[in-house]
Design a binder for this molecule. Structure first.
Ligand code: UD1
Length: 340
């Protein structure tokens, strides 16, 4: 019998790609989203890719009663939690908004899971929990460090909440996936990243500059202690990242976990500088970007990249798509949005 997976925030960038991969792997997916940070574009794209309508529940995970009724309505075997705020800068300006939303929604999910006698819970964490470190690449054993933002704190806190819940409540099992920098779009160009307002992240800023929505791309800092002076990141293709969720959910549902709470890095293991990314985008897409150097951005770490060995060994997951392919997909998506 097929398993049912609830995807909170399933209409967003990562949630929509994960939904597609789960459905294509044979899972029944229920999407729930409050559309606070996206519209229905990705949801419609998901249905088009899959050739069918998926259940979509418009709801806020901060409302406990709604979460409980969702768990009553559907036989949920696993939940993947994406419904959270993610703008680092905004979290510094409005910490309470971030703590309330990101913690309360997760607490409600765990409460409902406990109330239902347990559930497999996959939490969408981030490499931000490693902070600034010189011990590179980072493994899951690398120490977590105090986050530089309330957003980052919510990731660390939710990891701990999940770990403690797994320990206390029989039937709750947990996996935290620590993503590095997810970029790109689905090869169909029907789903992708849809930032509201001015993008915070590098790749949407690049594609919006290329299409003419932004006049100039600013590269934050050229004097970092790296080969070309710009920051190093581990850019992971969104479809590859989505597939890691299928592996993790399958591991949980098939009861193949070695511990009841597990953590995996999801990255390529390859550091790429901001300039290298820009040059690659220009080369593979045949476009010229208007960019210039600007001062460093507060809160940026110099370099971070993953050691993804554990995910390879335990999840059988590896990043497959190369940077060229990923940046072509990102550009196709931006053009699709522009109707080109
Ligand atoms: C941030 C978060 C991370 C989160 C990710 C996706 C931190 C420290 N980082 O990662 O947790 O998962 O966003 O939301 O909390 N850059 C420019 N110009 C731009 C934009 C970015 O030069 O217009 C540079 C940045 O300085 C950085 C790199 O590009 O060196 C990547 O930035 P970004 O895409 O924002 O991701 P991170 O800050 O690495």
């Amino acid at each position: 019998m097929s398993k049912t997976v609830l995807v909170s925030g399933g209409a967003g960038f990562i949630g929509s790609h994960v939904t597609v991969e789960l459905a294509q792997a044979g899972y029944d997916v229920v999407i729930a989203d409050n559309f606070s940070n996206c519209d229905e574009t990705n949801y419609r794209g998901v249905c088009k890719i899959l050739g069918k309508e998926l259940p979509m529940v418009p709801m806020d995970f901060c409302e406990k009663a709604s979460v409980y009724s969702l768990f009553e309505k559907y036989p949920i075997d696993a939940v993947i939690h994406f419904a959270a705020f993610k703008a680092v800068g905004e979290s510094v300006a409005e910490p309470l908004k971030y703590y309330r939303n990101n913690l309360l929604s997760f607490l409600n999910i765990l409460d409902a899971a406990k109330h239902n006698g347990g559930c497999n819970v996959l939490f969408s964490s981030s490499a931000t929990v490693y902070g600034e470190t010189e011990d590179l690449p980072v493994t899951e054993q690398s120490p977590r460090q105090p986050a530089k933002s309330p957003y980052g704190n919510t990731k660390t806190m939710c990891e701990d909440i999940l770990r403690d819940s797994v320990q206390a409540y029989p039937g709750i099992k947990g996996i935290a996936l620590r993503y590095f920098n997810p970029i790109g779009a689905h090869p169909s160009a029907l789903i992708g990243e849809l930032p509201r307002g001015v993008p915070n992240n590098l790749v949407p800023f690049i594609t919006q500059t290329a299409i003419g929505k932004r006049a100039c791309l600013y590269v934050f800092g050229n004097d970092y202690p790296t080969p070309d002076g710009t920051c190093l990141r581990d850019f992971i293709d969104i479809v590859d990242l989505a597939k890691a969720h299928v592996s993790a959910v399958t591991r949980m549902c098939a009861e193949r976990m070695k511990e009841e709470y597990e953590i995996f890095n999801i990255g390529t293991g390859r550091p790429v500088s901001v300039l290298e990314l820009i040059n690659t985008f220009e080369r593979v897409n045949g476009v010229k970007l208007n960019w210039k150097f600007a001062p460093r951005r507060a809160g940026d770490v110099v370099s971070i990249w993953a050691d993804p060995t554990l995910a390879g060994k335990e999840l059988g997951w590896h990043a497959e798509r190369g940077l060229d392919e990923t940046l072509k997909a990102a550009w196709e998506w931006e053009k699709h949005l522009a109707g080109i």
